[in-house]
Design a protein around this ligand. Sequence first.
Ligand code: PLP
Length: 483
Amino acid sequence: MTNPKPLSPILLTSSELKELFDFVTERSVLFRESFNERPYIPQKNYAEMRRIFSAPLPEKGCSPKQAVKELADMTEPGLAPMIGPRFFGWVIGASHPAGVAADWLTSAWGQNTALSAATPAAAACEEEAARWLLELIDLPRECSVGFTTGATIANFTALAAARSHMLRQQGWDVEAKGLFGAPEIRVLIGDEAHTTVYSALNFLGLGSQRVIRVPTDSMGRMKPSDFRSLMGREKKPTIVIAQAGQINTGAFDPWDDIIPLAHEHGAWVHVDGAFGLWARACPEKASLAQGCERADSWAVDGHKWLQTPYDCGFAIVRHAEAHRRAMTIAASYLPTDGDNRDPSHYVPELSRRARGFATWTMIRALGREGIAAMILRDCKLTELMADLLSREPGITVVNDVVLNQAVVRFGGPSLSTEDGDLLTRQTIDRLQSQALCFAGGGQWKGQWVMRLSMIGWATTQQDIEISAAAIIDAYRWAKSRKD
Ligand SMILES: *Cc1c(COP(=O)(O)O)cnc(C)c1O
């Protein structure tokens, strides 16, 4: 028998390994440092990037460094400036270097983070990071925490625990029997809930259409009187889904009007707090989320205000047993170690990344004070942005700025909805083409608006001043074309 020869150069000498990793460090530093010279828009669009990547399947391999260099050269023109200090699109954290570095180690260590018996370090670090998290955002310390890809799957995970708990109370084992023939669960949800909550509901067989939508006020908060009358008097198995931080306005549901009443009816209250729950980590903002600690489950992201790299979210559940029942994966070949916490018992996946490392490192690097200061700074910068924009006649900040979100309408009240929509969209297009900062658009309460989310770790007052001036310029340009 001949010895099998490697077909591609997969074995690296120690100097090749170092060269490979050094190359990545160097490119990463160059990318991060180029921000102030780069336009705030990908230089190449999707079609152009498809052409750049289009190539036949390689028959022969190359050195890892060559492959990674090709990747870096090809990719950079199509990267979005999401980590830049003047990126205000969607609600996107900016991958702090401390978390990125921890995440590199996470990859280098290659820990499959399913079981504590298999990877004691990853499991223990995750457990401690979870404990720190509960203390930071001041939720009941007995809660269980699952480390997910983001708030979408955190919502899914927490709502799976809710489904399990509510049906078990009716004597129904949903894990074993599924939903066919199960008692009905009623779902009440604010009319301005995040779209991913509806995805979670449809993954869970609870349906995105059969829910009861509670009317909301101009900020997107559930109206207490509507909530009360929709809850009614009956005690049906019910899940109530509330929100800490509306995706456009940053508003919080009225906790004191919702949670006690829901609990009187025996309902489970879930809170989608993807970014807004972080208000609890900032003393000056915590009152917005005061009272939501009485809920039964919460979803929050690491890759938003904690600035971990993608991906990282947390499913937090008061009833740890329901959480485990909904998520545990077990088999004889998967060793469990007595009462030790197994990371895979709290999330849908078995094999996954050790997200605890980057979470632990971000909390260690910023500390409670650093996190509170960052959140407060972003909120103050949002007030500054709103203030600078409102000084321009014809620009209206539509929401009360309570957190890090500003929703902006262009053209003033004398315009028709259609003309205002057009002017707003032209302003956004112009802003994006000038590329001094980035903001996107969306519809809020039936009107097109510009959405601004100040949630990075590196944004300064000067960035806000430059960006507000750019937005005003874009508006004046759009308006002058109309006149
Ligand atoms: C971002 C966000 C989500 C979805 O979170 P992902 O991390 O993108 O999965 C859900 N709800 C709210 C309020 C959000 O802001």
